[in-house]
Design a protein around this ligand. Structure first.
Ligand code: ZN
Length: 71
């Protein structure tokens, strides 16, 4: 009597989430959901360039930016 486990193995390593939205590589926990600081910076630049502009929010209204960013 043999019991076989036919559960397919998942080649993809366990990661923090879906692939990096910038380049599609597996994300790094430190930079999730991005794979690297570079990709995080790319996304940040998109924010700053208005690609993900949030209606009703003016950067000037914030006055100063100490680096902390709320989602
Ligand atoms: Zn990436």
């Amino acid at each position: 009597m043999t019991t076989r486990d036919d559960t397919p193995k998942d080649d993809a390593p366990k990661t923090a989430g879906p692939a990096c939205p910038i380049c599609g590589k597996p994300p790094a926990p430190a930079y999730a959901p991005f794979c690297s600081k570079r990709c995080a910076d790319v996304d940040l630049q998109r924010w700053l360039s208005g690609r993900y502009a949030i209606p009703g929010r003016e950067e000037d209204a914030l006055g100063q930016d100490d680096g902390s960013r709320e989602e």
